[in-house]
Design a protein around this ligand. Structure first.
Ligand code: ZN
Length: 50
């Protein structure tokens, strides 16, 4: 188990589990929380893991 195996959440479109290995962008929102955009390995699209 490496940090890349950490599950961020699921794709909102297909419910595939997305791990840290798929992160494209990490950002901090106006409330100081970290948000993540990642590539879904199923959809081949950029999604926000839920
Ligand atoms: Zn997906």
């Amino acid at each position: 188990m490496t940090p890349d195996d950490d599950v961020l959440g699921r794709c909102p479109d297909c419910a595939t589990k997305i791990t840290r290995a798929w992160i494209l962008i990490e950002y901090e929102n106006t409330e100081g929380q970290t948000g993540v955009w990642a590539e879904c390995p199923e959809c081949d699209d950029v999604v926000e893991p839920q």
